[in-house]
Design a protein around this ligand. Structure first.
Ligand code: GLA
Length: 468
């Protein structure tokens, strides 16, 4: 049966992409659906989206192993066959991979979901949400956030800031936010394209615009396993050489910006549920690469540049956030400098950790004396590529969830920055159809904007705990 489905569906893999029925984040209250992300081992060769069933499995670990093997076996594209729903009642593991960015320079990810026999696919129907009262006219997010002593941030692109035909991008970005991060411009690929060449221009531009607009800048990022340049990935480096390459890059970049960087994500996305995950070219080649990176960053930036570890799916209590706790605690125990953790928060209106779990998780990192930044928040109104409409009710639920997350941050004194990954639905890595941000495609504030401003001003936004 499984084979028959595979053959039948392989012809329409691309068009079936939108039917992938799983959420990215863990749903701890529903053990029938466990999710994870695995990074494709190789950079993508072409921008495509494909999906597939990678076969029957016995449990979540087996599903993850299958997805990892699949990603390794099909570098560049992820050649899964389809997302057909199993009709024979078997338990199957589904994988969807996609490449992001332009062909040639894109990178890949794979989502892995496990569904037990008999559990219907697809999102749970959304509960009704009350409308969000409008926020006071003319009050900006950054004005409101300043009253609560928290940064309100967004990821920003040079293309947006320099687009003369779309002045609202720059106006909105600078008027509304007190913190910014270059969405891509400061990553290794753009900033260090050849071994002896640094191209700081775009990253410099983000810093200069931000400082002119009296924003602080979170640098992102100094060490990651994706968006790395070919010279770094393809060189036959020894562990000793890699260590020096990492130290040199960090010294150069951190020194270049010095204290005009408020903080750096020193290492990005190094973990999975079991500990350090393979991260090209760093791990396993350089087993202590995280220590090396943080030590180099402190040496170059001094004590006034805050050093963060940043990751996804670590918002609530979970095996992966347990690993993050172990990592940073062990760093502290060994006197490796670290000032905070970044919780990315790529969420959806449906299917996410409970806010109680997030509060508990934040509390344990705060107890270590670490700062907590919400670094890449976006909330998909509807699942990516689902074809489902983002209804007014879903927008209100989205607003509630934005406010719930902010409320959780405000209740934790060590949570000092609340940042979204972009701000207009017109420009988002998830795609405009998922409407994940605070302003719509015409830069009009959405209910989520009102809910945040209201909460910041007086704490009376209609906030309820949502754990769908
Ligand atoms: C991750 C990274 C970001 C960005 C997003 C997708 O979360 O940390 O730099 O690439 O994915 O845009």
């Amino acid at each position: 049966m499984f084979l028959a489905l595979l053959v039948l569906c392989s012809r329409s893999a691309a068009s079936d992409d939108g039917t992938f029925p799983y959420h990215r984040t863990r749903v701890p209250t529903d053990k029938d659906i466990e999710l994870s992300y695995v990074q494709l081992k190789q950079p993508c060769q072409k921008a495509v989206a494909v999906s597939g069933n990678v076969g029957p499995v016995a449990n979540v670990a087996a599903c993850e192993a299958k997805c990892t093997a699949q990603a390794a076996a099909a570098p560049g594209t992820g050649e899964a066959a389809c997302v057909a729903v199993d009709t024979d009642g078997s338990s199957n593991c589904y994988m969807k991979s996609h490449c992001e960015g332009d062909a040639g320079a894109c990178y890949g990810r794979a989502e892995c979901g496990y569904r037990q026999a008999g559990v219907p696919p697809g999102p749970t129907p959304a509960p009704p949400a009350p409308p969000v009262p409008p926020s006071p006219p003319g009050v900006t997010l950054r004005q409101a956030a300043a009253k609560r002593g928290v940064y309100i941030g967004t990821a920003t692109n040079v293309a947006g800031l320099t687009n003369a035909s779309e002045p609202l991008y720059k106006q909105t970005e600078q008027a509304q936010f007190s913190l910014t991060t270059a969405e891509n411009a400061c990553k290794w690929g753009p900033i260090h394209p050849e071994q002896d060449t640094y191209t700081f221009e775009d990253c410099d531009y983000i810093f200069a615009e931000a400082l002119a607009a009296k924003q602080v800048v979170r640098g992102h990022n100094l060490c990651w396993h994706t968006e790395n340049p070919p010279w770094l990935l393809n060189g036959k480096w020894s562990p000793t050489q890699l260590t020096s390459i990492l130290q040199d890059h960090i010294a150069k970049v951190v020194t270049h910006y010095n204290t005009s960087a408020y903080a750096w994500d020193v290492v990005n996305e190094a973990l999975d549920n079991n500990g350090l995950k393979p991260s090209q070219p760093w791990y396993p080649a350089v087993p202590n690469y995280i220590d090396v990176a943080f030590q180099a960053a402190r040496k170059a930036g001094g004590p006034d540049v805050k050093l963060f570890y940043n990751d996804y799916s670590v918002e609530g209590m979970s095996p992966k956030s347990d690993q993050m706790y172990k990592l940073v605690k062990s760093m502290q125990d060994r006197n490796i400098p670290i000032d905070g953790v970044g919780l990315q928060f790529h969420w959806g209106v449906q299917g996410h950790d409970s806010l109680d779990s997030v509060a508990q998780n934040m509390a344990r990192f705060a107890a270590l004396g670490l700062e907590i930044h919400i670094t890449e928040l976006d909330i998909k109104c509807t699942p990516k590529n689902s074809g489902q409409p983002c209804t007014p009710n879903l927008l209100n639920l989205q607003a509630q969830l934005y406010a719930d997350i902010l409320k959780t941050c405000l209740a934790q004194p060590k949570c000092t920055s609340f940042e979204t990954w972009g701000f207009t639905d017109k420009h988002t890595w998830i795609g405009s159809a998922s409407a994940p941000l605070l302003f719509d495609v015409n830069y009009k504030p959405k209910p989520a904007f009102d809910a945040l401003v209201n909460l910041l001003l007086n704490g009376t936004a209609q906030v309820q705990q949502q754990a769908i």
